[in-house]
Every structure is written in structure tokens, then in C-alpha cells.
Ligand binder design. Structure first.
Ligand code: NAD
Ligand code: UDP
Length: 324
């Protein structure tokens, strides 16, 4: 726990979402003072319920596409819908959130001399031609497709971060996050882990897009938040971008089979068309994170899935009994 004098004032944008709520919880637990701003597009107050009565936690409804005037020491910029169905719902707003949001938060960081961390994404590599992906790879991204609002928005945000550093000397950190899962994922956000678990628990068919041979590497949320905190604490001359993710790669079909096994479900596999621009493979090279952050994920997929299944089981049970 920090003492009164060392308590930092930390802004978390998108703090009511999946990753943001876990981050706020960890920052409060270690004794920091947290200001969470969110427009509640995909996040909810429920995700922050245990923090709402904490005197060191403040929640403000705010859209990061508009300027924000507050006094803080550090900023974690997470505001942006992350699941394809959510970011494709209003693609113009998605690009604005990434680009105008970055400009506003960088402007704030410049004014108050705060250190700022950007939640970037493995999507900056697009459908990669280099495998596993290292930070030096520039990517293979369609600039005009359905995923572009997200991919190009995040790429432009990275550009802005580096230009603010070169032009204004800002202290920046850029994390490229690979698929992360865990409790508090939105049950209807269409992401593969939440979809498969909810379908398995309901005994519905598990929807595999394509043949299920595409791969992803899944990181449990607690590991990812450790990486965020370590990255923010690196010396000022380390900016990233740095990959944060679990290098253990699985096919989507393997994930479906694992979820069926762990839930004890009778669900069958149902094959559906592959969405356009869906990356065929994705696996982070985390050598840089190991070297600079002394970080590597420690939670195996099976362990993380058990915790996530437990969360969704309770959520679905309370929805049935009306206690939700
Ligand atoms: P999420 O959708 O649960 O959280 C995003 C939060 O941002 C939500 O609370 C939402 O209401 C808020 N938000 C959206 N637009 C906003 C705006 N204009 N102003 C203020 N708040 C806004 O998603 P998540 O999985 O928690 O992702 C958090 C961040 O991490 C995102 O920036 C995402 O791109 C990045 N990321 C996540 C993953 C992952 O696997 N979870 C992977 C790569 C990158
Ligand atoms: N996917 C799937 N069934 C689903 C949801 C997703 O087969 O019900 C696939 C999707 O086509 C992609 C992978 O799972 O190949 C990961 O999808 P997600 O939306 O979770 O993340 P992203 O594609 O952004 O990595």
C-alpha cells in the first residue's frame, strides 16, 4: 500500500469495461487514487460495484472524443470498444474514439506532464505475414475493410503517441495487447471466449467461424494487468511498443473443444462463414516484454477458462433466479 504522500492520481479511460475495471481494482488495491472516465458504451457501473464506495475512487461519465480537464500523474488510455461487433456498430465513432480520444488524452498528458499508456492492439499487425509477431513488424492491414475503423484507428493513435513524444517530449508507453479474456467480459460482445462459454453453458451449438483452423493466443486478464503495471513503471526512455499476450497458440476449434470439456456441456459444433479480414493466425513474440518488463504470463488457458466459466455460470444463474 502507498503512503498518503506517495499516492498517485491515476486516470483510467474506458475504466468501466472489461480490462479497465480490473485495472482500476488493482490500482486501488495498491493504494492509488483512481479517476475512471467512461461513456458506458460497452462498459457498466456493475463492473465497478465494489469500488463505488471507496473514497479514493471516482467515476465520471465522459466521452474521450471531447476534451477533459483534470489533474493526474498517470493516464491509462483504454477507452475504445474492443469486440468486432461493438466496434463495427458505429465505425465512425470507433475511429473518433481512437484518434480524437488519443489527441485529447495526449493533450491532457502534455498540460499536466503526466505519463501516458496506450492500450493498443495486435490488430495493428492485421492479418500478419510474419509469425509470431514481433514489434518490428509493420503489419498487413486492409485500410478500407470492416475491421479498419478499429485497426487503423489504433495505428493512428500509436502514430500520435510517438509524434507527441518526438515533438513535445511526452513520457509515453504503448502496449500491443493480444486476445485477453476473463471475468467481466461482456456476455454478448461476440468475442470468441465469451461466446463459446455462454453457448456451452446454455447447451446451445458452439459457433465456429470458418473451419476453426485460424489461431489465437489467449492471455488471462490478471497476467495482462501485471504487464500494464510493469510497463507503466519502466524507465522513461522505454516507450514500447511492446507486445503483451500469452504466446501459447490454439486453433479456434481446440478452444471450442476445451470449453466443452471444462463445462461438461453437450453442445455440438456449428460451422458458420468466416467474417471478412479475420486474421488466420496470431501469436505474440514476447521477448521484448520479458527483457524490459521481466514479464511473462503465468496462467495456463485451462486455469483461466475455469475461472471465466465460473464467472459466467454465476452470472447466468443469477439471471435465471432474477438476482442479477
Ligand atoms: P471493453 O469494451 O470492455 O472496454 C472499453 C471501455 O471503453 C468500455 O467501458 C466503453 O464503455 C469505453 N468507451 C468506449 N468508447 C468510449 C468513449 N468514446 N469515451 C469513453 N469511454 C469509451 O473492452 P476491453 O476488452 O476492456 O478493452 C479495453 C482496451 O484494450 C481497448 O482500448 C481495446 O482496444 C484494448 N484491447 C483489448 C483487447 C482484449 O482482448 N480485451 C485486445 C487488444 C486491445
Ligand atoms: N470466432 C468464432 N466463433 C465465435 C466468435 C469468434 O469462431 O462465436 C472466431 C473469429 O472468427 C476469430 C476468433 O474466433 O477468428 C477470435 O475472434 P474474437 O472476435 O474473439 O477476436 P479477434 O478476431 O479480434 O481476434
Amino acid at each position: 500500500m502507498r503512503s498518503y504522500s506517495s499516492r498517485k492520481r491515476i486516470l483510467v479511460t474506458g475504466g468501466a469495461g472489461f480490462l479497465g475495471s480490473h485495472l482500476c481494482e488493482r490500482l486501488i488495491a495498491r493504494g492509488d487514487s483512481v479517476l475512471c472516465v467512461d461513456n458506458f458504451f460497452t462498459g457498466t457501473k456493475d463492473n465497478l460495484a465494489p469500488l463505488l464506495t471507496n473514497p479514493h475512487f471516482e467515476l465520471v461519465r465522459h466521452d474521450v472524443t471531447f476534451p477533459l480537464y483534470v489533474e493526474v500523474d498517470e493516464i491509462y488510455n483504454l477507452a475504445c470498444p474492443a469486440s468486432p461487433i461493438h466496434y463495427q456498430y458505429d465505425p465512425v465513432q470507433t475511429t473518433k474514439t481512437s484518434v480524437h480520444g488519443a489527441i485529447n488524452m495526449l493533450g491532457l498528458a502534455k498540460r499536466v506532464k503526466a505519463k501516458i499508456l496506450q492500450a493498443s492492439t495486435s490488430e495493428v499487425y492485421g492479418d500478419p505475414k510474419v509469425h509470431p509477431q514481433t514489434e518490428g513488424y509493420w503489419g498487413h492491414v486492409n485500410p478500407i475493410g470492416f475491421r479498419s475503423c478499429y485497426d487503423e484507428g489504433k495505428r493512428c493513435a500509436e502514430t500520435l503517441f510517438f509524434d507527441y513524444r518526438r515533438q513535445h517530449g511526452l513520457r509515453i508507453k504503448v502496449a500491443r495487447i493480444f486476445n485477453t479474456y476473463g471475468p467481466r467480459m461482456h456476455p454478448n460482445d461476440g468475442r470468441v471466449v465469451s461466446n463459446f462459454i455462454v453457448q456451452a453453458l446454455a447447451g446451445e451449438p458452439i459457433t465456429i467461424y470458418g473451419e476453426g483452423s485460424q489461431t489465437r493466443s489467449f492471455c488471462y486478464v490478471d497476467d495482462l494487468i501485471d504487464g500494464f503495471l510493469k510497463l507503466m513503471d519502466t524507465p522513461d526512455d522505454f516507450t514500447g511498443p511492446v507486445n503483451l499476450g500469452n504466446p501459447n497458440e490454439f486453433t479456434i476449434r481446440q478452444l471450442a473443444e476445451q470449453v466443452i470439456k471444462l463445462t461438461g456441456s453437450n453442445s455440438k459444433l456449428e460451422f458458420k462463414p468466416l467474417p471478412s479480414d479475420d486474421p488466420l493466425q496470431r501469436q505474440p513474440d514476447i521477448s521484448l516484454a520479458k527483457e524490459k518488463l521481466d514479464w511473462a504470463p503465468s496462467i495456463r488457458l485451462e486455469q483461466g477458462l475455469v475461472k471465466t466459466i465460473d464467472y459466467f455460470r454465476k452470472m447466468l444463474d443469477s439471471a435465471v433466479t432474477g438476482t442479477l
